[in-house]
Write a protein of this length. Structure first.
Length: 296
């Protein structure tokens, strides 16, 4: 297939693009960078959707969005977090409407933030959400993507957990402190932490593109979530360093403001639909996943 990808130069895109290329797909990035460094496997890019040859795209993968944990959540920043996701998605659907031959599928990012605070209950795709900023953001993002269904396009929504991989994401921010032996649990450490290895994250997107029966919401996290305290212990073990310096909730809120919600929210998310449809995770256990990242 010829696949259009947004956000392809990001953390997930840099692993997903070579995977898709190895499966025989042709990849085109839509990027606002005038001279982007193209990930391995990408053959072309456009700065405007109108630059695409008409009816040339069979699938769309939408990864675009400003980094949700990059800066404190001022009102201005929250608007950017929403518009960078929703506007891009709306533009993709508007472009689809101009095509005589529509893409077969849109696989669009969302996040575990859709569910909000869930305590210790198991979170599946059927779990009712708790209100909050991240839920509102994800709802607007998902609704923009679901508009493609009215055109006859298959839509998959990927509610992503915390992606663990080398060279980026949350782990890159944690490692310096942990390598110095200064890591530790956040708050009381009892909140649930839905994680997924970067390689499995790329596999999920490729699998959703390929499997024509797949549509709707999919939780993208490993089948064995852990508490923050257990994650802390596992990361310390993988690094061979102590990890017992706690970061009190009050300090987190002082440092990060409203964004501390991301670090303290509890969601024991399971990839129920992926498991029901026999998706095979390479990394289902946290110890193995962290070892592969730290030693790579």
């Amino acid at each position: 297939m010829r696949i259009l990808i947004t956000g392809g130069t990001g953390f997930i895109g840099k692993i997903l693009c070579p995977l898709l290329a190895s499966q025989g797909h042709q990849l085109v990035l839509w990027t606002r960078q005038l001279k982007p460094r193209l990930p391995s496997g990408v053959t072309d890019y456009v700065n405007q959707l109108s630059d695409l040859e008409p009816d040339s795209i069979q699938a769309v993968i939408n990864l675009a969005g400003a980094g949700i944990a990059d800066k404190r959540w001022s009102e201005e920043r929250k608007k950017l977090l929403i518009t960078s996701r929703v506007k891009t998605t709306e533009q993709l659907v508007a472009w689809m409407k101009t095509q005589t031959i529509l893409p077969q599928v849109l696989v669009s990012s969302s996040a575990v933030g859709f569910y909000g605070e869930q305590g210790s209950q198991v979170v599946t795709e059927q779990t009712l959400p708790t209100a909050g900023f991240t839920h509102d953001l994800c709802v607007a993002w998902e609704e923009a993507a679901l508009a493609a269904e009215a055109l006859g396009v298959r839509v998959c929504l990927v509610r992503t957990g915390v992606v663990l991989g080398k060279g980026g994401g949350s782990l890159a921010k944690m490692l310096p402190a942990f390598r110095l032996g200064l890591g530790g649990p956040l708050g009381k450490g009892q909140h649930w932490f839905p994680w997924v290895h970067l390689d499995d994250m790329a596999k999920i997107y490729a699998w959703l593109v390929k499997n024509k029966q797949a549509s709707g919401v999919f939780n993208a996290s490993a089948p064995n979530p852990v508490t923050n305290a257990d994650f802390t212990k596992a990361l310390g073990k993988a690094l061979g360093r102590p990890a017992f310096f706690p970061m009190p909730e009050k300090v987190l809120k002082l440092l990060f403001g409203e964004m501390a919600e991301l670090l303290l929210v509890s969601a024991k998310m399971l990839p129920q639909r992926l498991l029901e449809e026999d998706f095979q995770f390479t990394y289902s256990q946290l110890d193995t996943a962290l070892e592969s990242i730290v030693k790579s």
